[in-house]
Write a new protein. Structure first.
Length: 81
């Protein structure tokens, strides 16, 4: 193989490598951008869940009050008869 052909092949390989690396860099940048967006979405969701946990109704207390009220009505009905 003459030296000119070797140089052309090496130049072609070099260009192909540069194009491939540029494509990989672009894909990595896109993945980093998506990861950043996902991190922000997770932080927002965590904040919303925390707010919901703080403001949720105290269901055990409500059920206890309902039970006490039902007992009081039963006792009142039994004593009233």
């Amino acid at each position: 193989m003459p030296d000119g052909e070797i140089a052309l092949e090496l130049a072609e390989l070099s260009r192909a490598l540069e194009v491939g690396l540029a494509r990989i860099d672009g894909q990595l940048a896109l993945l980093v951008q998506r990861s950043d967006r996902i991190d922000k979405a997770i932080e927002e969701l965590d904040g919303r869940v925390t707010a919901l946990e703080r403001s949720r109704w105290p269901l055990p207390a409500i059920s206890a009050l309902t039970g006490v009220a039902a007992f009081a009505v039963a006792v009142w009905s039994a004593l009233g008869r």
